[in-house]
Structures are given as C-alpha cells and as structure tokens.
Design a protein around this ligand. Structure first.
Ligand code: DX5
Ligand code: ZN
Length: 222
C-alpha cells in the first residue's frame, strides 16, 4: 500500500486550513508537517501551535518531520498538539534510542530521518523502536529542490534492511521518501522500495499554476 503525504511547506500559509481540507478531499493520505528551527537547518517554519490548529480539520495522520536541534523538549508538545508520526534526524539528538522511546511513550509513531550523506548504520541497534524510516532525497531546509539520484540506491539498501528485519521480527516498518518527488519520477522511487511519498511543490505548485485550489489530478497522477 502506498501513501501520499503532501508537505504543507509549499502550501499557501494564508489559507492553510483550506489547503489542508483540499488536499485531503483530493485523496492525500497523510499531512507532512515540516518543522525547521533556523539552527539545525537554515529555515524557520511552524511549530506545535500550528499543528494544534490544523488537527481538527482532518482525521488523516499528521506526519511531523522535525528538523530541529535539540529534539527531545519539543516532542511532548507535538504529541499534545495531535501529531501521529514524529520523525527526527539522528545527528540532532544526543541520545537517539532515548528520543525514539520518548516519541513512542507519548503515543506517536517514531521515525529516523536520513540526510543524503547520513549512513543507514544509525538503524543498527534501534530498529525495534522504529516505526518509519524517512530518507531525504534533498538536503533538508527548503521545498522545491531537485531529487538527488543517489537516494535510489540508498532506498534499495534501506528496503533490503527493513525486509530482512520484517522477516525475523514480523514487524513492518514504513519507508518514506522526502524531496523532489514528482509525477515523472515517483514510479522509479516506488520501484526502489519507498511506500510513503512526501510531495510539496509537486502538489501545491501544480495547483497554483492552474489557479485551482483542488489537487485531485496531481494526487491521482502521483
Ligand atoms: C525539505 C522538507 C520537504 C519539502 C519537500 O527539507 O523536508 O518535506 O517540503 O518539498 P518538495 O516536494 O518540493 O521537494
Ligand atoms: Zn519533510
């Protein structure tokens, strides 16, 4: 089963509620929520208050991608604000195992995010606490960047690791991809093993061009 998770980073923030209602009505599965702190990444976005504000608008899972340092102190706030999935970058946490446990203790699914140059070895001893693996196919910080092709080999490597883990544990871990996902490359990305696709500019940019605030056609194509 595949999931499409539009990144609201590329939405019109002046009409955020409407944008979210529209993407969900158009067939999106998750809402991808990019949290940037102008410290771990060079951009500043939205926090738990915005998560809380959008929570009543949809039953769809809110997938919070933390690009912040430190990580732990913001986790309870996002859990309270209604996040379903919380992912973080292992380099940004002093104690990766503890942070994964903290997210799960707060009732959310927990995930690790890998920058293009971050090795998958961060998964080695913690897979039992991981619900989702998110591979970045751009460097984090901005929407609208170009997909880095090396991410395809990394996806295949992650797929093999997660399949082997599932075979021995019976636990299924999701494999998400984030950055530069478009209608014309998503099939190749799926073939490399991703099952959950973040798409920001591909979804919200497409609708702007046609000035239609409905996203049915692009989500259907994705
Ligand atoms: C980048 C963010 C992405 C971004 C993706 O740091 O994590 O979620 O919004 O945007 P596109 O799909 O435009 O590359
Ligand atoms: Zn993201």
């Amino acid at each position: 089963m595949f999931r499409i998770a539009p990144s609201i980073l590329s939405a019109n923030f002046a009409k955020l509620g409407e944008e979210i209602t529209n993407v969900i009505a158009s067939g999106a599965d998750w809402i991808h929520f990019d949290v940037m702190d102008n410290h771990y990444v060079p951009n500043l976005t939205i926090g738990p208050m915005v998560c809380e504000a959008i929570r009543p608008l949809t039953q769809a899972p809110i997938d919070v991608h933390l690009m912040v340092k430190p990580v732990d102190r913001i986790v309870p706030d996002f859990a309270k604000a209604g996040a379903n999935v919380i992912t973080f970058h292992p380099e940004a946490s002093d104690h990766v195992d503890r942070t994964l446990g903290l997210i799960r203790e707060h009732g959310c699914q927990a995930g690790l995010v890998f920058n293009p140059a971050t090795p998958l070895s961060y998964l080695d001893y913690v897979l039992d606490k991981v619900d989702i693996v998110l591979l970045m196919s751009v460097n984090p910080g901005f929407g609208g960047q170009k997909f880095i092709p090396a991410a395809l080999d990394k996806l295949r490597e992650a797929r093999a690791r997660l399949d082997a883990y599932e075979a021995r544990s019976g636990r299924h871990i999701l494999l998400e991809i984030d950055g530069g996902v478009k209608v014309d490359n998503i099939a190749g990305i799926a073939a490399a093993g991703a099952d959950t696709f973040v798409a920001g500019s591909a979804v919200f940019g497409a609708a702007r061009e046609t000035d239609a605030h409905r996203y049915d056609s692009v989500i259907a194509e994705l």
